[in-house]
Design a binder for this molecule. Structure first.
Ligand code: NAP
Length: 481
């Protein structure tokens, strides 16, 4: 698909970008590799300074960045500004903590000498990112890997090219060496070519199963380490003793934030029978109060979806769900505006054989299920191909945490909105992918954990070193040599 910015609020084609040529890709691979080799010799503290400067420059350019993001993919201007601040927070955190996380680790061993694990950069990382958080998705990979000393080539989504380029320009302006992060308008085939290149040593993708399987296949074929951050159908469980005022405050936001186009949106509300009617009535009321309009206008509370294609896909999924027996208790009406608006919709009565039961609806549709016991709620939450996040509302937070730990996902929040922060690992299980971004786990995703064992002199009684522990007769072994 061609790279172009089409404003989803008014369908204006703002700018088109030509694909990169193979020659350009070759040049960027060479430059990224050369920069990686130079960064290997640079003290990590220098990169920490640059990364703090990236945070400062992002804040300095907040207005332009937020505007570009809203024009690229439609999100509310306030949410775009929030995203810019979040990426600055992430950059600052990795700048402050990266060196400590990457410090060598001593190992207690019976081998002769002293052993430690050193954490080294590995090379160029190919990153493939989606449009829904154009800056945040880049930063989740960029900040930790920049501290490590890996360099990165970015292939962003076809519909957010302006944000992609602006982010990389800000990073360059902050003093990051040329080649440390390069945005390229690559074709799918060129992404595969980059992954095949021996200078590329890691692959990070955030996106759907469509992108994930294609890119993971290329990575697997070439034995390149990879992380996959994929889709989700996160459960939002409401137990019978939950504080319903808090639930009312959070449930609609958990579904409508970013127009419902969030991997960790609460896509399935699983509600205990005694509070079910109250829950549905309140959700209807909250959904009815959102105000569609220009996402640049701070009083708008419902932004358009990111593209016409995404809106049409969601409408098709909704029609299929209804044809399979789901009931519309709110929504599913056109919004009389030229942009890609989708009315917030609530579905109930979704049976196990309804496609909506096991398919991600990436937009403002809430699926609500009634359950009669806590076990039924947990079983329903887990009866799903995805395993990304989730929310549990319970009268007692410790009990909520006990329920949370029985949910087969990578992240669960109890009695609160789902939050993402640099110190918290982000990622899932099942079809939601593997690996984690952010936190110390994300920092170590693409490092070479190199073992170094040093001694002043070999110990002949311990000739086989670590092997001694495995060999009942180490002396015999040394005699035969
Ligand atoms: P997508 O279609 O998989 O696209 C994501 C990225 O992959 C885009 O840059 C896309 O490029 C690229 N891509 C797709 N097919 C490719 C191929 N064969 N070779 C190389 N690159 C390829 O995902 P999406 O539907 O736009 O994004 C929404 C999905 O992302 C949802 O499922 C959402 O849940 C998930 N998501 C997950 C997380 C997480 O952290 N787990 C976070 C955000 C979103 P083009 O744009 O050029 O097609």
């Amino acid at each position: 698909m061609a790279y172009r910015t089409v404003n989803p609020y008014n369908n204006e084609v703002v700018k088109e970008y030509p694909f990169a040529t193979d020659v350009q890709l070759g040049e960027v691979l060479a430059e990224s590799d050369a920069t990686y080799r130079a960064m290997k010799k640079q003290p990590i503290s220098e990169r920490a300074k640059i990364l703090h400067n990236v945070a400062a420059k992002l804040r300095e350019h907040e207005d332009e960045l937020a505007k570009a993001c809203t024009i690229d993919m439609g999100k509310l201007i306030g949410e775009s500004k929030g995203e810019v601040e979040l990426v600055a927070i992430i950059a600052d955190w990795f700048a402050d903590h990266g060196e400590e996380i990457l410090a060598p680790e001593k190992i207690d061993t019976i081998a002769t000498g002293q052993a430690e694990i050193q954490k080294h950069a590995t090379g160029v990382i190919m990153m493939v990112e989606p449009w829904n958080f154009p800056y945040y998705q880049i930063m989740r990979v960029f900040a930790p890997n920049f501290m490590v000393g890996n360099t990165m080539i970015l292939k962003h989504a076809a519909n957010t090219p302006t944000s992609a380029q602006m982010f990389c320009d800000v990073v360059a302006e902050a003093g990051a060496p040329k080649g440390s992060l390069t945005n390229m308008f690559l074709t799918y085939d060129q992404v595969t070519e980059a992954i095949e290149d021996p200078r590329v040593q890691g692959v990070a993708l955030t996106g759907s199963e469509r992108g994930g399987t294609a890119v993971a296949e290329a990575a697997g074929k070439n034995l390149k380490k990879n992380t996959m951050e994929l889709g989700g159908m996160d459960p939002f469980i409401v137990l019978g003793d939950a504080n319903m005022d808090d639930v009312a405050d959070i449930a609609w936001r958990a579904r409508l934030y970013n127009t419902g186009q969030v991997c960790t949106s609460s896509k399935r509300f699983i509600v205990m029978d005694n509070v079910y009617d109250e829950f549905v009535d309140t959700l209807k009321d909250k959904f009815s109060k959102v105000q569609p309009g220009d996402p640049m206008d701070p009083s708008t509370s419902l932004a358009p979806m990111n593209t016409e294609k995404a809106k049409n896909k969601l409408q098709g999924q909704l029609d299929e769900a209804i044809a399979a027996g789901a009931k519309v208790v709110y929504g599913n009406k056109p919004i009389d505006l030229p942009g890609q608006f989708f009315m917030p919709t609530i579905l109930t009565d979704i049976s196990k054989n309804n496609p909506a039961y096991h398919t991600e609806l990436f937009g403002p549709i809430a699926c609500v299920y009634k359950v009669h016991s806590e076990q039924e709620a947990i079983d329903l939450a887990n009866d799903n191909p995805y395993g990304l996040g989730g929310i549990v509302f319970a009268g007692d937070e410790d009990h909520g945490a006990e329920v949370a730990s029985q949910i087969e996902t990578g992240m669960v929040f109890v009695n609160n909105f789902m939050t993402t922060l640099p110190e918290l690992p982000f990622g899932g299980v099942k079809l939601s992918g593997y690996g984690r971004e952010m936190s110390h786990i994300g920092e170590e995703a693409f490092v070479n954990e190199q073992l170094i064992v040093k001694t002043a002199k070999p110990n002949m009684d311990n000739l086989a070193g670590g092997l001694v522990a495995m060999d009942p007769q180490p002396k015999e072994l040394s005699k035969t040599k």
